[in-house]
Design a protein around this ligand. Structure first.
Ligand code: SDX
Length: 392
């Protein structure tokens, strides 16, 4: 209740806000969305139902879900002029750079009609973001490979619709394996929210100034991109590819223990979890199942398993409570689903948009919420007098 948290490293942090959305117990590896354990949501729910839960605080009844799904489905299109913004990017721009730019510019299409004082308009802005981010993300990917973007098909459910926009090519019918959509839906559930992680705190800090929700989510995407945060899933795959073979694993573990190497095991460690990240456990099991069902035999899975085994029995990692996190195995599944590496963090952003908009709404609806204004410990000079340049 004091709002003061002390990490193992002795670092202390004060709570940046009050929130009823997600609960984490880092010592015991517990994660709950609105009181529902992540394991149960992973087994029984869908990403869109979880998005409703995060936004509204309760699981929807049949009619409420049908209404929510209809609203999201009918806001998936991009304004045609908005689509042309893509052509301003270099063809080889990283999709996260494009996503930041496209989301920030989304304000120019929807912000001037948005009255932030109106709760229904705030809710619709949240719906627009959940609905349009997959369309924008797929268009960014297709632009980077020189393909025309695809319009969202409203007869498809949320994740299948996204995969269709990502993969459908004019010259041949798209064969979508239902395993792929189910696997991606589960990954989206696991990535939907995570308390005050860096990107969600960024969204809340920007939102506390009264900035529009599109700018808030664009700021969240920018924060997520970093390799210490959401960019880790892309970095994990690059690390596994560099390790290459199981017999190179021990040298990678030894290098990660050498402070001078500047190398860390990507996908390991967490600011809050000092036990297994519950999402990593679910993703690890899913990895084996999805690769078997898709008939994919990826040698990187064996490298990942050996790396995990070696690290979990190494004192350096055990003493520092460094366990695999959500990013450790997810990249192997994305790769098996045919998602290109540079799109891995974009996948994370699509899912986390549900959490970001839920936190933004919670903050906007909180009459006690104040502008975020972190303080600092000043380590600079004491007061001193100006010296003219000929005296310096
Ligand atoms: C996400 O906050 C969230 O909730 C984020 C997230 C979400 O859903 O939003 O969960 C998603 O961002 C997961 C994290 C993805 N990042 C990575 O996998 C990058 C690799 N991990 C590290 O950079 C690191 O573990 C952090 C940044 C994730 C957490 O860092 P901490 O808890 O601040 O750890 P630290 O930097 O204080 O390190 C403690 C010790 C240090 O050694 P000592 O100084 O005590 O000798 O552990 C070492 C670190 O050098 N260490 C690692 C390590 N992570 C920490 N050593 C090797 N490999 C690692 N991965």
């Amino acid at each position: 209740e004091t709002g003061l948290f002390t990490y193992d490293s002795g670092f202390t942090a004060t709570a940046s806000c009050r929130s009823a959305i997600t609960y984490i117990d880092g010592d015991n590896g517990v994660l709950m969305y609105r009181g529902y354990p992540i394991e149960q949501l992973a087994e029984h729910s869908s990403f869109l139902e979880v998005a409703y839960l995060l936004m509204n605080g309760e699981l929807p009844g049949k009619d409420d879900f049908a209404t929510f799904e209809h609203e999201v489905t009918h806001h998936t299109m991009m304004h045609e002029a908005f689509r042309t913004f893509l052509f301003g990017f270099r063809h080889d721009a990283h999709p996260m750079a494009m996503l930041v730019g496209m989301l920030g510019s989304m304000a120019s299409f929807y912000h001037n009609t948005l009255d932030l004082e109106d709760a229904e308009q705030r809710r619709m802005a949240a719906i627009r973001l959940i609905a349009k981010v997959p369309t924008i993300a797929a268009a960014c990917h297709r632009y980077s490979i020189g393909w025309p973007s695809r319009y969202p098909k409203n007869n498809l459910e949320y994740v299948t619709r996204f995969l269709h926009m990502m993969k459908e090519v004019p010259s041949e019918p798209l064969e979508l394996n239902p395993v792929a959509a189910k696997a991606l839906d589960l990954l989206f559930i696991l990535h939907a929210d995570h308390e005050q992680n860096a990107s969600t705190s960024t969204v809340r800090l920007v939102g506390s100034t009264g900035a529009n929700p599109y700018a808030c989510v664009a700021a969240g995407v920018a924060a997520l991109w970093g390799p210490a945060h959401g960019g880790a899933n892309e970095a994990v795959l690059k690390m596994l590819e560099e390790i290459g073979r199981p017999d190179n694993v021990q040298s990678a573990v030894d290098k990660a223990k050498d402070k001078n190497s500047g190398f860390r095991l990507m996908g390991f460690g967490h600011r809050v979890y000092k036990n297994f990240d519950p999402r990593a456990k679910i993703i690890r099991e899913m990895c084996h199942k999805v690769l078997n069902e898709l008939g994919v035999n990826d040698p990187l899975l064996e490298v990942a398993m050996k790396l995990e085994e070696a690290a979990l029995k190494d004192d350096y990692f055990v003493q520092r409570k460094l366990y695999p996190n959500v990013d450790f195995y997810s990249g192997i599944i994305y790769k098996a689903l045919g998602i290109p590496t540079e799109m891995f963090t974009v996948m994370f952003a699509i899912a986390r948009t549900a959490g970001w908009v839920a936190h933004w709404l919670e903050q906007q609806n909180d009459p006690e919420a104040k502008i975020g204004r972190p303080r600092q410990i000043y380590t600079g000079y004491d007061a001193r007098d100006y010296a003219s340049i000929d005296k310096r």
